[in-house]
Design a binder for this molecule. Structure first.
Ligand SMILES: O=c1ccn([C@@H]2O[C@H](COP(=O)(O)O)[C@@H](O)[C@H]2O)c(=O)[nH]1
Length: 274
């Protein structure tokens, strides 16, 4: 999906919500465990109940890999279901990959060509040649970890290296790489005070913002400086939506939570020209 198509969806739905599909068999309603494919059954029910409120879904690949072949098949069924039934929805494989060039090329093939995700998260630590194989895919986005939502972000990402914070170097240097227009960046909602500076160095890129909900980030604070002329934000929430209830009404409860966030987004967009 192109950035333009994503922006059109945001305008249409008045939403920049991304729902994280971090599906854990220990947390889903127990009645689903009796069926043949509980992970996919859960995802399908969540997607059906919330697809009118969200512009994107983000399965975190770790939650699928943890169940071996069965988990990988559930991931495959989930992305196929999304692409077939809701092609207007933007999809993110939260895989946090990146390796030497020829290996990155295999990761890129897996997530972009085989699974047909619109985007994949990539760790920038190994540098340009580890990221460019992802950037070479047309109409696909590579979402680089810049300033993450966790406490450990302060261990390296905010450290000053040659006069500049490392996360800023990641953003600035990556803007010089081949096909850099295909870049987005991960910036945690828990780091709202950094968005002003980040928008100065990445005014046009979309930012994927995890950390609203279970991690306590604040939507208004993120939007204050994070919004750009294309909206430029995909706000992710996973646990607070998908595990709003562990009872038979779990999909309705998820829709209610997602609806609350979408309403807040719609009123933010009402005051924002884009
Ligand atoms: O900096 C980051 C990067 C990725 N994540 C991922 O986003 C979701 C957040 O889930 P919640 O349940 O809404 O906290 C999860 O998949 C993380 O691995 C992140 O939180 N922070």
């Amino acid at each position: 999906m192109t950035t333009k198509e994503l922006v059109e969806q945001i305008r249409k739905k008045q939403s920049f919500l991304c729902i994280g599909l971090d599906t854990n068999l220990d947390k889903i309603p127990s009645h689903l465990l009796d069926g043949p494919d509980p992970i996919f059954a859960f995802n399908k029910a969540i997607i059906e109940a919330t697809q009118h409120l969200a512009v994107a879904y983000k399965p975190n690949v770790a939650f699928y890999e943890a169940y071996g072949l069965e988990g990988w098949q559930a991931l495959q069924k989930t992305i196929e279901y999304l692409n077939k039934n809701y092609p207007e929805i933007y999809t993110i494989a939260d895989a946090k990959r990146g390796d030497i060039g020829n290996t990155s090329a295999r990761y890129a093939k897996t997530f972009f060509s085989d699974l047909s995700f619109d985007s994949v998260t990539v760790a920038p630590y190994m540098g340009e040649d580890s990221v460019v194989p992802f950037l070479e895919f047309e109409n696909k986005h590579t979402i680089l970890l810049a300033l993450t939502s966790n406490r450990g972000a302060f261990d390296f990402q905010t450290q000053i290296v040659n006069g500049s914070a490392l996360y800023k170097k990641v953003i600035q240097t990556s803007q010089t790489w081949k096909n850099h227009r295909n870049l987005m960046y991960v910036v945690g909602a828990t780091k709202a005070e950094y968005f002003k500076e980040i928008r100065e160095i990445a005014p046009n890129n979309f930012l994927l913002v995890p950390g609203i909900g279970a991690q306590g980030g604040n939507l208004q604070e993120v939007c204050k400086y994070g919004l750009n002329e294309n909206v430029g934000l995909l706000i992710n929430s996973s646990r607070s939506i998908i595990y709003a209830s562990a009872e038979a009404n779990f999909a309705d409860a998820a829709a209610k939570k997602a609806g609350e966030l979408q309403q807040q987004m719609a009123s933010i967009l009402e005051k924002h020209e884009f």
